[in-house]
Each structure stands twice: as structure tokens, then as C-alpha cells.
Design a protein around this ligand. Structure first.
Ligand SMILES: Nc1nc2c(c(=O)[nH]1)N(C=O)[C@@H](CNc1ccc(C(=O)N[C@@H](CCC(=O)O)C(=O)O)cc1)CN2
Ligand SMILES: Nc1nc2c(ncn2[C@@H]2O[C@H](COP(=O)(O)OP(=O)(O)OP(=O)(O)O)[C@@H](O)[C@H]2O)c(=O)[nH]1
Ligand SMILES: [K+]
Ligand SMILES: [Mg+2]
Length: 441
């Protein structure tokens, strides 16, 4: 039922070694013909040459994975070639002219899914392992690949199924069995709560991959840009002693203890008649609203001023860290907050403290990031729909509706969970997921 596909699985460009994969019924025959080997055993490494029409194409290592014991579950061949662009492409062309067609994006992994080697959640995890931008999000994806999330979804499924059977027995023998509505409502709520918690935690965890957005806000000249440069360990933003230096929003990325942060420097906030500066300040406020954490930079050489008072009103509802900067010079700190941090962006003094403070702000997020999680928007949306069905079932029960109506909603919830795992799927859904993958994966 499968045709034979091939692709380069290593990234484009010159490298030490490149990988070409062939999957499908003809892969054995193709590699045998191209290498002239008499026999190629399952998962043995052969060091050999590839020939095409009596011409040497490359010296390679090849491995044959016999179905079903391969990544895809089909007969699969891996060729490890010299990692040049031309030689690698030449081998691919040779394989293609021997009866394989070029694989589509993610087609190997799609085959692994269709052959039942991995669930849809695991396929998504493989994508996310490759795309992971921080150690934390890598860890999360690995949990999902190992099947942690599958098990949890299977658990929700079993629990809902149990309730459904209880209801259906009553539907089948209405005279013999009294239904315990109260208990069923309780049970549904219990599962719904578990799913709610999962969604809430996971939403936080999703932030970890995109990076936690940390925006530097403060009055002009408090040292915001100096702090940005210090955190990034490079001279990104212009620093001068002229208030109003920064006009545009400047972004950079850092890693603190394996967590990815997007740091945003903004224009100093104050009343001004300067049109350009005004626009910059509007941008600061806009960025501030998008921040996960605000670094509120105060100037130790001026103390807490009216301007700071004004800014505080703007950021009050944010998760913010008050920072006294310029602690290397004359101190006019009038303590204003319980948890303020003292630093010198100029000398680097106190930076470790600041990092610790930042880490403690994201502790919950990071902690939740180390267990198994729903990690894609698709998964979030499905679980939210499951909970809508559960809610509706409870409502119908409480309002005394026919049991059929309640089991209809529970069935819908089950269908959603099956879609999450990939037990039910449409071509569109698969296209959507696998078209994000690289060719050769
Ligand atoms: N060379 C190579 N390295 C790779 C991969 C690959 O496909 N090839 N992977 C691709 O993502 C990842 C590893 N994932 C893999 C998953 C399953 C199988 C596999 O052959 N599974 C068989 C045999 C299992 C067994 O013997 O126990 C199976 O599931 O039946 C191979 C790699 C990363 N490194
Ligand atoms: N002594 C001392 N000076 C600092 C420190 N941080 C910044 N400065 C100085 O303060 C002045 C303003 O620094 P910037 O980083 O440009 O301040 P800013 O908050 O980005 O200013 P705007 O972009 O204009 O809002 C510069 O002269 C810096 O060298 C510090 O920790 N100690
Ligand atoms: K400045
Ligand atoms: Mg600045």
C-alpha cells in the first residue's frame, strides 16, 4: 500500500556526514542494486560504495531496517554519505531514478504514525524536540515522546468511558437500575477539574518554548539600555547620558538556567513634547502590556520620583520586579517595595541576584514544565472542547434531561480525545501537522 520514498534527512549544506533515507517496499531492492552487496542483514552496518551505471557515486555506510522493526515500520534504508551538497544530492537523484519518489515533508514520521509506531501526540513531540529553543521545552517534548501524555489522555478516556457505561446500562434496562445522578455529576466534575488543571498548567508551559517575555520599563536615563546590554552580554542598544536616547523597542534573547527569555528594552517613560519620543513611549506601554515579567528600573542616584510614581500606576497589574540601578554611585534609595533588587548595570554588581529573582518569578512555570504537558495549540483546543462537552453533560443531568442526551455529550468528549491521540483523524489534520516537519523527517 505504500510506495517507496526517499529524501535527504540531514540539513542542507556541507557537513561531515549526510543521511539519505529510503522507505517502502522497494528500498531493499534499490540499495542492493546500488551497492552490489549480496545480502544486507537487518540493522547491520555495511561500509561500501554506491554505483550508478558503473560510475562510483560515493563511499558510504548503509543500514537496512527490516519491516516492522524500523522508524516507520516499513522496510527502511539509511545511507550515511560524505556530507557534501553535490555528492549527497547525487545519491538522492540516483535513488530517485531507481524507483523511489521524493518524500514529502514529515512523510517518514507520518508513516510511523499510520503504522501505529507512534501516536499523534508523539509525532508532535518529535517535531517539538527538533524545534525546541530551550532545555526546558526540550525536556517537556521528551516526556511526551516517551508517552507520558498519551497515558494521561488514555486515563481521561477510560474515566469518561466508565461513566458512559454506567449511564448506558441504565438506558438499556431502565426498570432495573436506578441511576445515581449525584455521583455521576461528581465524577464528571472530578475529571473536568483534572483536565482544567492540565490546560492551565500547559498554557504556562507553552510560554517556555516561545520564551518568557521580560520587558524593561523605567523613566529616562535609569539605565534600561545599559541593563539590556549587560544581560545580553553585547552592545545592542545605544547608551548615552541623554534622557530619551532609546526610541524604538529593542529585543534580544538570553538563557538563564536553561529557560529562554526574550528581553525587551523600551523608551524611557516621561511627559514630553517631542513627537518622536512620544511615539516611542506609546510603544513602551504597548510592550509592557505584552510582557510576562516587567523589570521596573529605578535610578538610585535620584531616588523614587514622581515619574516613577506615574510608571508604577501603569505597571501595577503586571508581574514586576523593582530594580534599583546605579548602586555603584551615590545612593538615594528610598525603599519602596518589599522585594527590590539592587544592581549596577554598569559594573555588573547584583546581576546574579537579579537572575535569581527572575528565576523565582518563573519557578511555577518551570516546575510545571518538567512534567508531561499538552504542548500544542491543537491539543489545548481539543481539551477545552472536551470540557465543554463535560460541562454540558452535567448541566443536562442536573436539569433532568433524557440520558441519551447526556451520553451523546460524553461520546463527543471521547471522540475529541481520540482525535487528540490520533485514533481518529482526517487527511487535513495530518497534512496540517506533518507539513510543518522538515523533508526527510
Ligand atoms: N540514524 C538514525 N538516527 C536517529 C533516528 C533515525 O531514524 N535514524 N531517529 C528518528 O527520529 C531518532 C531516533 N528514533 C528512532 C526510533 C525508532 C527507531 C527504530 O528503528 N525502531 C524500531 C526498532 C526498535 C527496537 O529494536 O527495539 C521499532 O520501533 O520497531 C529508530 C530510531 C533520532 N536518531
Ligand atoms: N553609575 C552608573 N551609571 C549608569 C548605570 N547604568 C547606566 N548608567 C548611565 O546612565 C546613563 C543612561 O543610561 P541608559 O542605559 O542610556 O539609560 P536608559 O534608561 O536606557 O535611558 P533612555 O533610553 O534615554 O530612557 C548613561 O550615561 C549610563 O552610562 C549604573 O549602573 N551605574
Ligand atoms: K539615556
Ligand atoms: Mg535606553
Amino acid at each position: 500500500m505504500y510506495d517507496t520514498i526517499s529524501a535527504i534527512s540531514s540539513p542542507y549544506g556541507t557537513g561531515a556526514i549526510s543521511v539519505i533515507r529510503i522507505d517502502g517496499p522497494k528500498s531493499y531492492e534499490i540499495i542492493k542494486k546500488l551497492t552490489n552487496l549480496d545480502e544486507i542483514k537487518h540493522r547491520m552496518v555495511y561500509s561500501t560504495y554506491i554505483y550508478f551505471e558503473n560510475e562510483i557515486i560515493d563511499q558510504v555506510n548503509v543500514v537496512f531496517f527490516k519491516s516492522p522493526k524500523s522508524y516507520t515500520g516499513n522496510d527502511l534504508v539509511e545511507i550515511y554519505a560524505h556530507g557534501g551538497v553535490i555528492v549527497t544530492r547525487k545519491i538522492l537523484e540516483t535513488v530517485l531514478s531507481s524507483g523511489a519518489r521524493l518524500a514529502e515533508r514529515g512523510e517518514f514520521t507520518k508513516r510511523a504514525f499510520l503504522n501505529g509506531k507512534i501516536s499523534l501526540v508523539q509525532a508532535e513531540a518529535i517535531y517539538q524536540i527538533i524545534e525546541a529553543k530551550s532545555e526546558i521545552s526540550l525536556k517537556m517534548s521528551l516526556q511526551n515522546l516517551k508517552g507520558g501524555l498519551n497515558e494521561e489522555i488514555e486515563y481521561y478516556r477510560r474515566e469518561i468511558l466508565n461513566i458512559l457505561s454506567e449511564i448506558e446500562v441504565t438506558v438499556d434496562y431502565p426498570d432495573d437500575i436506578e441511576i445515581d445522578t449525584k455521583n455521576i455529576v461528581k465524577e464528571i466534575f472530578r475529571i473536568k477539574n483534572e483536565i482544567d488543571n492540565k490546560v492551565t498548567n500547559s498554557k504556562k508551559a507553552l510560554m517556555l518554548n516561545d520564551g518568557i517575555v521580560m520587558t524593561i520599563i523605567g523613566k529616562p536615563n535609569s539605565g534600561k539600555s545599559t541593563l539590556l546590554n549587560r544581560l545580553l552580554l553585547e552592545d545592542r542598544a545605544i547608551v548615552t547620558d541623554i534622557p530619551g536616547t532609546t526610541r524604538d523597542v529593542i529585543k534580544g534573547e538570553i538563557d538563564i538556567n536553561g529557560v529562554r527569555f526574550i528581553i525587551v528594552d523600551t523608551a524611557g517613560i516621561r511627559e514630553t513634547e517631542d513627537i518622536v519620543e512620544k511615539i516611542g513611549i506609546d510603544r513602551s506601554l504597548r510592550e509592557m502590556k505584552k510582557a510576562d515579567i516587567v523589570l521596573f528600573v529605578l535610578d538610585a542616584s535620584t531616588g523614587f520620583t514622581k515619574e516613577d510614581e506615574f510608571i508604577l500606576k501603569e505597571i501595577e497589574n503586571n508581574n514586576f520586579i523593582p530594580i534599583w540601578n546605579k548602586c555603584d554611585s551615590s545612593l538615594k534609595i528610598n525603599k519602596k517595595f518589599e522585594d527590590e533588587v539592587k544592581i549596577s548595570a554598569l559594573t555588573g554588581e547584583g546581576l546574579r541576584n537579579l537572575e535569581n529573582k527572575i528565576m523565582s518569578k518563573v519557578k511555577d512555570i518551570v516546575k510545571s514544565g518538567t512534567s508531561s504537558h499538552i504542548t500544542t495549540q491543537r491539543q489545548v483546543e481539543i481539551l477545552e472542547r472536551v470540557n465543554l462537552y463535560l460541562e454540558r453533560a452535567v448541566k443536562s443531568l442536573e436539569e433532568g434531561f433524557e440520558l441519551d442526551i447526556i451520553s451523546f455529550d460524553l461520546r463527543k468528549a471521547l471522540e475529541e480525545l481520540d482525535t487528540l491521540l490520533g485514533k481518529r483523524f482526517t487527511d487535513d489534520l495530518l497534512d496540517n501537522i506533518f507539513s510543518n516537519f522538515c523533508v526527510g523527517k
